[in-house]
Design a protein around this ligand. Structure first.
Ligand code: NAD
Length: 496
């Protein structure tokens, strides 16, 4: 049985007493280890270590910082299969998917390796006679990152490479459901030569999160998780004077127009609906079929679903288990609700044929037709392998649905009409848009983030917005003595 513990000031620091959580192997249903939960005192220790390390790290040259980032990139790349296996063992997603998330995280590390360029300011000579002006961006201090279970490697990497590259120090609180990958990453940072205290990990639950929100030395909070907690973090973090970006839940629509390539659209709906067992914030969970395409696309999707295998992610299945039994049962209860609410259950995943042990947290891919906007399976984020088809008569009716929904994370349109796609990208009230692309996750040099209840705060993750989030701007106006420009002048400075 593994015991996962905190990483503070460059060392794993087990605590002898206090609460712990259980870690499961979702494919067997067995407990595979425990994770220490941090008390307020442990969080304080981690933040103090980060605050102390900040004093030197922020002064460390850009050349040295990018060398450490590059060394970290090399180590991570060399060990990505090992990290993927750790993710699969605790999250359940299939190995190829776990490797995919590590690769997308690596891209942010690669982006951050260019931090010397990203932090460059501007310089204007002679803004007034004898006076120059220039801008610089400086780190904030201790950055806290609180991450969800569904991307235990990639989501933290949306933030910490940029935070560290920009000269901040980090305390991360990973999900207690799959905490090991963050400790693996912590050891890689140490091997890469990152000074002790720059990257710290505290494990735990609300107690640890509240301690981070309340700690006066924590200057920023980057949160990813469900919408109620995102709202809580945003409201309390900003009340405490911190800079906050809090990414929340999602319900991503895929609008299929009558002229779409239905084979492509059916492939996309299955890949984006059931990949990672639907536990992705960018999963497609609603297919909006503009008539007359519904019957045809449902047939094509069902045919593809019948070929999907569900089983242990280490054994070559298409879809793994859900993360915990509680979550599996919650998703299954939505299938019960959908039936009770009158939707047509086309494919029922509640008793799947499984290539794996019977106690695993299994749920097969599920498809509903005739879903109405009033139903809870349409309104709520289910976060499992459940795809709902809503039939609409027109593009406008489909757009009105998307507009009215509380979430605005990702969205996709499938069409062969460039004009329709262009109108869609301009009108839709959603942060990340795909055109014949079902999971439009922006690359590292663009920024990731939704609208409406999918994000609280002004700044999205990574890309230039990430650099802005982890730095503060300063503008310097300087004059070096020129005897000809002395003298008294009490007027407001004007450029001459
Ligand atoms: P979650 O909200 O349950 O947990 C997220 C983090 O918050 C974890 O570290 C958890 O320990 C902590 N937490 C849980 N309850 C808390 C409480 N009461 N007070 C303070 N902290 C608390 O989310 P999850 O189940 O781990 O992840 C799934 C959710 O994350 C989904 O809603 C999904 O859409 C969302 N998500 C969003 C994005 C995005 O980019 N918008 C990306 C990934 C996941």
């Amino acid at each position: 049985m593994k015991q996962v513990t905190h990483f503070i000031n460059g060392a794993f620091t087990p605590v002898s007493s206090g609460p712990k959580g259980e870690i499961f192997d979702p494919a067997t249903g067995q407990v595979s280890g425990t994770v220490d939960f941090a008390s307020k005192e442990v969080v304080d220790q981690a933040v103090e270590s980060a605050a102390k390390a900040f004093i030197e790290w922020r002064k460390t040259s850009l050349a040295k910082r990018s060398q450490v980032l590059f060394a970290f990139r090399e180590l991570l790349n060399a060990k990505k299969e090992e990290l993927a296996a750790i993710i699969t063992a605790e999250h359940g997603k299939v190995l190829s998917d776990a490797l995919g998330e590590v690769t997308r995280g690596l891209e942010v590390v690669e982006f951050a390796c260019g931090i010397p360029h990203l932090l460059k300011g501007a310089y204007s000579e002679s803004v007034s006679t004898g006076i120059d002006s220039y801008s610089i961006r400086q780190p904030l201090g201790v950055a806290a990152i609180i991450s969800p279970f569904n991307f235990p490697a990639m989501v933290p990497m949306w933030f910490f490479p940029i935070a560290i590259g920009a000269g901040n120090t980090v305390v991360i609180k990973p999900s207690e459901k799959d905490p090991s990958s963050t400790n693996f990453v912590a050891a890689l940072w140490k091997e890469a030569g990152l000074p002790d205290g720059v990257f710290n990990v505290v494990h735990g639950d609300k107690v640890a999160v509240d301690a981070l929100i309340d700690h006066p030395k924590v200057k920023s909070l980057s949160f990813v998780g469900s919408t109620p907690i995102a709202k809580y973090i945003y409201e309390n973090g900003t009340k405490n004077g911190k800079r906050v970006q809090a990414l929340g839940g999602a319900k991503n629509h895929m609008l299929v127009l009558p002229d779409a390539d239905l084979e492509l659209a059916a492939d996309a709906a299955v890949n984006a609906g059931f990949g990672s067992a639907g536990e992705r914030c960018m999963a497609i969970s609603v297919l909006v079929a503009v008539e007359p395409v519904a019957d045809s696309i449902i047939e094509k999707i069902s045919a593809r679903m019948s070929k999907l295998s569900t089983g242990d992610g280490r054994k070559g299945s298409d879809m793994g288990p859900l993360v915990t039994r509680v979550h599996r049962d919650k998703v299954a209860s939505y299938i019960d609700k959908g039936v009770a609410e009158g939707a047509r259950l086309v494919v029922d995943g509640r008793n799947p044929n499984v290539n794996g042990e019977s106690n695993g947290f299994w749920l097969g891919p599920t498809l509903f037709d005739n879903v109405k906007p009033s139903m809870s399976i349409y309104q709520d984020e289910i976060f499992g392998p459940v795809l709902s088809v809503v039939r609409v008569a027109s593009y406008e009716e489909g757009m009105a649905l998307i507009e009215a929904h509380q979430y605005g994370n990702g969205v996709a349109i499938f069409t062969n009409d460039g004009g329709a796609a262009r109108r869609f990208q301009n009108e839709v009230q959603v942060g990340m848009v795909g055109i014949n692309v079902p999971i439009p996750v922006p690359t590292a040099y663009y920024s990731f983030g939704g609208w409406k209840n999918s994000l609280f705060g002004d700044t999205h993750a990574h890309g230039t917005e990430g650099v802005h989030f982890f730095t503060r701007g300063k503008v310097v106006t300087s004059r070096w003595l020129d005897p000809s420009h002395g003298g008294i002048n009490l007027g407001f400075p004007q450029n001459r």
